[in-house]
Design a protein around this ligand. Structure first.
Ligand SMILES: Nc1ncnc2c1ncn2[C@@H]1O[C@H](COP(=O)(O)OP(=O)(O)OP(=O)(O)O)[C@@H](O)[C@H]1O
Ligand SMILES: [Mg+2]
Length: 219
């Protein structure tokens, strides 16, 4: 089992969205467990709105110490995905979670004010542990000409941090998903949801590719 955590001390970058939607996308081929160590419990609210019709197993809110024991579930799951708090107070939690992770996804919205706290999260919690990680651009606005290219340049050049080739665009279907309890596996495939489904499928493919060529064969 591979443990993927979604981490950024900057709030509102898409940690909960990516946890739930990536878990759903991976559940099409793999056995997936979602764990939430955020006291806000946003995943729990989302799961309740889905009336527990979830395509993955949901452990709900857990104390971060359970992560050390997750390896017991090795035979039961291919992936565990961990949602984490987006605040500065939870340093100990982030330390434990990152330490237990095989890979850390760092979501980043293309907002200049988000760069500094995101880099601080990377430098303080992720790089010292040598855990593999990549920044995932989220809420990219396709109507803003050159936005994606400019942010790729910033990440690759000035900041020099690894990033996903995949990115998630800003979509109403994505913003509405928590309150409707929707996931990529339950939203109807039509013109307004095609982009969301595409983005998340590409992310899931790249995640599997990064983590395990053996798992990749299952696609
Ligand atoms: N790709 C997207 N398109 C549209 N809305 C999005 C997208 N990603 C996230 N959102 C919305 O942005 C807000 C913040 O996202 P989310 O709750 O996933 O972030 P977070 O990092 O978990 O926040 P926190 O730090 O508070 O836990 C939510 O209202 C969510 O629905
Ligand atoms: Mg959240």
């Amino acid at each position: 089992m591979k443990i993927i955590s979604v981490v950024n001390q900057k709030g509102g970058m898409g940690k909960t969205t990516i946890t739930m939607q990536l878990a759903a996308a991976l559940s099409r081929r793999y056995r997936v467990l979602v764990v939430d160590v955020d006291p806000q419990q946003s995943t729990v609210w989302w799961a309740e709105n889905a009336h527990r019709h979830l395509p993955f197993d949901f452990a709900g809110r857990q104390h971060p110490s359970v992560l050390a024991r997750l390896s017991h579930l090795d035979g039961d799951y291919d992936f565990a995905i961990v949602d984490t708090p987006g605040s500065l107070e939870d340093a100990r939690t982030l330390d434990v979670v990152v330490g237990a992770s095989d890979f850390v996804i760092v979501p980043l919205a293309p907002e200049p004010l988000a760069v500094e706290p995101t880099m601080r999260t990377i430098q303080r919690f992720i790089e010292p542990r040598g855990v593999r990680f990549a920044v995932l651009l989220n809420r990219v606005d396709p109507r803003v000409h050159g936005q994606l290219e400019a942010w790729h340049e910033l990440l690759d050049g000035t900041l020099g941090v690894p990033r996903f080739d995949a990115h998630l665009r800003q979509y109403k279907a994505q913003a509405d998903a928590p309150v409707l309890g929707n996931l990529i596996t339950t939203i109807r495939d039509n013109r307004s949801t095609q982009g969301v489904i595409w983005d998340l499928t590409m992310l899931a493919l790249e995640m599997v590719e990064q983590l395990s060529p053996r798992l990749q064969e299952a696609w």
